[in-house]
Ligand binder design. Sequence first.
Ligand SMILES: *Cc1c(COP(=O)(O)O)cnc(C)c1O
Length: 325
Amino acid sequence: MAVVKADGYGHGLLRVARALEDSDGFAVLNVSEAIQLRDAGFRQPILLLEGIFSAAELPLLTEYGLSAVVHCDDQLSMLRTVRLSGSVDIFLKLNTGMNRLGFSPHLAPALVAQLQDCRAVQSVTLMTHFASADEAQGVEGPMEVFRTATRDMVLPVSLANSAALLRHPETRVGWVRPGIMLYGATPFPDLSARKLGLKPAMTMSSAVIGLQEIEKGGAVGYGGTFVADRKMRIGVVACGYADGYPRHAPTGTPILVAGRLGRTVGRVSMDMLTVDLTEVPEAGIGAPVELWGPHIPVDEVARAAGTIGYELLCARAERVPVTEV
Ligand SMILES: *Cc1c(COP(=O)(O)O)cnc(C)c1O
């Protein structure tokens, strides 16, 4: 199932769903995203990754044919007491070491029995989520815990996120849950999207809207954090943190201007950022800029800003106009 939460990792929920219309299922965060998919005509299973947030959502599960994670006693007791017009496919989430959501694995047999006893439950899938699938030995412990706890059960399973899929073949079973890899960014700090053969789905682009010639000693931007050590030509790019560009991207963050690899200088402001065009004399007003995309991996911009590609993709602001190509 394709993970399309967070507005399809910033790419647009329905845009992504249409691009991936042949996927066997979709995974989202909440009922509202799931209903948007159903209203747009998608018929495949749709999983709520954190299940329901209140009992009021229960009737929507049957009305819209949604599958739901059950990760805690509260959700379980809601299911056990509710009267629904139909029944729901449940993903029972087991905590195999991430200690975020999920039941203690040794409870699995009892929980499965309780779920199978519920009139509101159609089927049970055993699920877990890995904390460190990006690491070489990251799933060994959790897989052992999961296998032991579910040893005698003949039920469907769902284990793998992108990192597990790419690095741990033993997790490629049942309902796999790729997210970031579908968008062409890497789940790994030490392995680039390009090396993985992934192509970015999103290009964040803009243009140069201003130019400044500054002398040695001239400062650029808020706080004057960048000071020219020679005569420089500075370009102003129409993209800032209100567009989703990370404010913490420091001087030196890679950027493509007029097809040439360059670097940002000074602080990123709300609607603009500044670049060094000293060596790119041909770049004038209107010169095209790639903030991230096929030439500038989003993961590299993210790394410079002390974050991960996921965050930058998800942070694409509503005001940024989108063109599908
Ligand atoms: C977000 C999410 C995924 C997808 O993770 P990626 O690292 O983007 O592949 C898979 N499973 C769960 C439970 C998630 O919350």
